[in-house]
Design a protein around this ligand. Structure first.
Ligand code: NAD
Length: 327
């Protein structure tokens, strides 16, 4: 059985759909602090899942799940993920993302479960020496959020050396899109991500979309990021589990498309897909925003055989379907 922590959230729920499509037995563990019971109910219409409400910060909650089910492998999404909030309240991030993960790992060891796939982030790299970023790039996270994830990466490497726990660390770039049928999608409150915010501004006139800075040293002056489709990302987790089962080895992979797209390009594709003239305002730069960030994803392509199947336009189309269905 596969345990999915944070499976009521955005990326976790899309990965659960992939696991169900591949005939896996799945138990979702989530405290529903940022995930949604509606998402769990939708997942239950797609396939059979067990849902256990609980919090990683309470080790008894995790113990309860491991005592009830025979867990073979864990996919660990549950975390807080707002960079700005982490700067204002680092305790919240270290306690949940780092300490909560320690509770999980120690309970896994107790029950002899030694395989885990972990949601890390390109935010662990910090300021960049070069792009595209590969896995060997030095890691100097600049936010408590990035540090809380980086610490877990280090803990996992030590747990492998000392206890033989095997981990696949996936460093995601910017995740985008939704389920192709619009059944589940990106549902963050507050929403800080670019594509849903552009799309939400269509439905809510109070949410006028702002481009933060158009004077960067990029071809159109706006920041460049790497947008990986959420269903493609879900597939990376499936391949990571196959690798763990076959090779029984730890490894680390970037998950990105290797394409950099500017904010302006994303905005233009949103206008094209929705066929709407979306109002936009140019605002000043936000502190801490990097000019350009995109992945070298050669390693995941060669070792796991993962290849992104969906374009940025596909991601925006599915995200729009979700926003139309949902809001
Ligand atoms: N969305 C992105 O672009 C992105 C990029 C890089 C990395 N990540 C990482 O991917 C993971 C998933 O991100 P997401 O966008 O799906 O976030 P999300 O907030 O939608 O999902 C996280 C889920 O974890 C649950 N959760 C949080 N703390 C918990 C706890 N202590 N106990 C039990 N459940 C808890 C939340 O209720 C939520 O359902 C996170 O670890 C995040 O850091 C996301």
């Amino acid at each position: 059985m596969i345990l999915v922590t944070g499976g009521a959230g955005y990326i976790g729920s899309h990965t659960v759909v992939n696991l169900l499509n591949n005939n896996n037995d799945v138990v979702v563990f989530d405290n529903l602090e940022n995930g949604h019971i509606e998402t769990i109910n939708t997942l239950k219409t797609i396939g059979h899942i067990e849902f256990e409400k609980g919090d990683l910060r309470n080790i008894e909650d995790i113990e309860r799940v491991f005592s009830k089910y025979k867990i073979d492998v864990v996919i660990h999404f549950a975390a807080f993920a707002l960079v700005e909030e982490s700067v204002k309240n680092p305790a919240k991030y270290y306690r949940n993302n780092t300490f909560g993960t320690l509770n999980l790992l120690d309970t896994m060891l107790k029950h002899d479960c030694k395989k885990i796939v972990f949601s890390s982030t390109c935010a662990t790299y910090g300021d960049l020496n070069y792009i595209p970023v590969d896995e060997k790039h030095p890691q100097n996270p600049i936010s408590p959020y990035g540090s809380s994830k980086y610490m877990v990466e280090r803990i996992m490497q030590d747990y492998d050396k000392a206890y033989g726990m095997k981990s696949i660390i996936l460093r995601y770039f910017n995740v985008a899109g939704s389920d192709e049928f619009g059944r589940i999608g990106e549902w963050h409150e507050p929403e800080t991500h670019l594509i849903p915010n552009i799309l939400k501004s269509i439905f809510d006139k109070d949410k006028k979309f702002k481009i933060f800075g158009n004077d960067y040293n990029t071809p159109d002056g706006t920041c460049i990021r790497d947008y990986v489709n959420v269903e493609d990302l879900a597939e990376a987790h499936k391949l990571a589990i196959d690798y763990l089962n076959k090779e029984n080895k730890s490894n680390i992979f970037n998950v990105g498309t290797e394409n950099g797209n500017s904010v302006k390009e994303v905005f233009d594709i949103c206008s094209e897909v929705t066929n709407k003239d979306i109002p936009v305002e140019i605002a000043s730069r936000r502190s801490g925003d990097m000019e350009a960030l995109y992945a070298n994803a050669n390693k995941i392509k060669t070792v796991l055989g993962w290849h992104p199947q969906r374009t940025l336009k596909d991601s925006i189309s599915s995200a729009y379907k979700w926003e139309q269905n949902h809001f």
